[in-house]
Write a protein that binds this ligand. Structure first.
Ligand code: TXD
Length: 310
C-alpha cells in the first residue's frame, strides 16, 4: 500500500516543522508548497538529506506548482502572514483572506478528495473561508487552534503542580483568541479534577496566561509567532485522521445547531478519524462557562462578518 500524500500549503516556520514531523515520523510523503521560489524545494531537500540519520523513509518534495499536490490525501494550510508584536490575530484578516481564497481554489482543483486542516490566522475566519470557497463537506474541513490552546493550558498546569505533562488533560473551547474558554471541569491530573489541586486564584492566572500565550511568544520572538507547538498540534490532528484514531480533541468545527450555533466554525470537542470530523461532542457547561462560550461565539461571528461576501 502506497504511503499517504500530505500537502503542506505554506512552507514557512510551521510548514517546515510539519514536513519534518511528517517525514521523520513516517506519517506519509509531505509535499511542501509555497509561493516563494526555492523555499519549499530547499527545505524539502534539506529534510530529505537528513532522513538517513533517522532511518526515516518518506518522499519529501517542495514545489511552487499546485499540480504537484495532485491527489493529496491530507492538506495542512499555514499559508499567510504571522503576527508581529502589537498585532492581534484579527489584524491579519484582510491579507490572509486574499491568500486563503487562492489556496482554497488551488486545493479544490488539485486535491478535491483531501481532508483539510487549516492553521492560518485568524483561524476561525480562515477555516470558514476555506470551507465556503472550496465547497468541501464540513467533515473534511477542520481548524487547528483548540489543540494548541489546550496544550498551553496543560503545560501551565503541569508546571504549577510540578507534575508530568503526560498526566494533565484539558479542553480549551470557543474562538482562537482572547475570548477562548478553558473549560476547568475538563482539566484533570490523572483524573483528579484540577480544582482539587490548585487554588482558584492560581487557576484564574493560568486561564489568563493561556489566553495571552500566543502573544507572549510573539513579544519575545519579535519576528513572528510560535511555530513548533502549533505544528505539533496540527500533527496530533493529522495523526488522528491518518491512523483513524477517533481522538477526542478540541478543534474548530462547522456547527449546524450544536451548542445553539449555526453556520460558524468554533472550537468544540470532536471525534477525529479517517472521516475527518466524525462527530461533534456537546459538553455541558455551567451557566458562567456557557456565558463565556457564547461571548466567544459572538466574537467569531463578528470576525466572520468582516469577511464580507466570499
Ligand atoms: O493556533 C493557530 N492556528 C496559530 C496559527 C498558531 C500559530 C501561527 N498561526 C498562523 O499560521 C500564523 O498567524 C500564520 O497566519 C500562519 C503561518 O504561520 P508561520 O509562522 O508558518 O508563518 P510564516 O513563517 O510567515 O509562513 C507562512 C508562509 C510563508 O512561507 C509565505 O511565503 C507563505 O506562507 N505564503 C503562501 N503560501 C501559499 N500561497 C500563498 N498565496 C502564500 N502567501 C504566503
Amino acid at each position: 500500500m502506497a504511503r499517504k500524500k500530505i500537502a503542506l500549503i505554506g512552507g514557512g516556520n510551521i510548514g517546515g516543522v510539519l514536513a519534518e514531523q511528517i517525514a521523520y515520523r513516517e506519517l506519509g510523503d509531505p509535499v511542501l508548497f509555497d509561493v516563494v521560489e526555492g523555499l519549499p524545494q530547499g527545505k524539502a531537500l534539506d529534510l530529505a538529506e537528513g532522513a538517513p540519520l533517522l532511518g526515516a523513509d518518506a518522499r519529501i518534495r517542495g514545489t511552487n506548482e499546485y499540480r504537484d499536490i495532485a491527489g493529496a490525501d491530507l492538506v495542512i494550510i499555514t499559508a499567510g502572514l504571522a503576527r508581529k508584536p502589537g498585532m492581534s490575530r484579527d489584524d491579519l484578516l484582510k491579507t490572509n483572506l486574499s491568500i486563503m481564497k487562492q489556496v482554497a481554489i488551488g486545493v479544490r482543483d488539485h486535491a478535491p478528495a483531501a481532508t483539510v486542516i487549516v492553521v492560518s490566522n485568524p483561524l476561525d475566519a480562515m477555516v470558514y473561508t476555506f470551507h465556503q470557497i472550496s465547497g468541501f463537506p464540513k467533515n473534511r474541513v477542520v481548524g487547528m487552534a483548540g489543540v494548541l490552546d489546550s496544550a498551553r493550558f496543560r503545560a501551565f498546569v503541569a508546571w504549577e503542580l510540578g507534575v508530568s505533562v503526560e498526566d494533565v488533560t484539558a479542553l480549551v473551547l470557543g474562538g482562537h483568541g482572547d475570548t477562548m474558554v478553558p473549560l476547568i471541569p475538563t482539566c484533570t491530573v490523572s483524573g483528579i479534577p484540577v480544582s482539587q489541586l490548585l487554588a482558584k486564584d492560581r487557576l484564574d492566572a493560568i486561564v489568563e496566561r493561556t489566553k495571552g500565550a500566543g502573544g507572549e511568544v510573539v513579544a519575545l520572538l519579535k519576528t513572528g509567532s510560535a511555530f513548533v507547538s502549533p505544528a505539533l498540534s496540527a500533527i496530533e490532528m493529522a495523526e488522528a485522521i491518518l491512523k483513524d484514531k477517533k481522538r477526542v480533541l478540541a478543534c474548530a468545527c462547522l456547527l449546524e445547531g450544536e451548542y445553539g450555533v449555526r453556520g460558524l466554525y468554533v472550537g468544540v470537542p470532536c471525534v477525529l478519524g479517517a472521516g475527518g470530523v466524525e462527530k461533534v461532542l456537546e459538553v455541558e457547561m455551567s451557566p458562567a462557562e456557557r456565558k463565556l462560550f457564547d461571548a466567544s461565539v459572538e466574537h467569531v461571528r463578528a470576525l466572520v462578518q468582516q469577511l464580507g461576501t466570499l
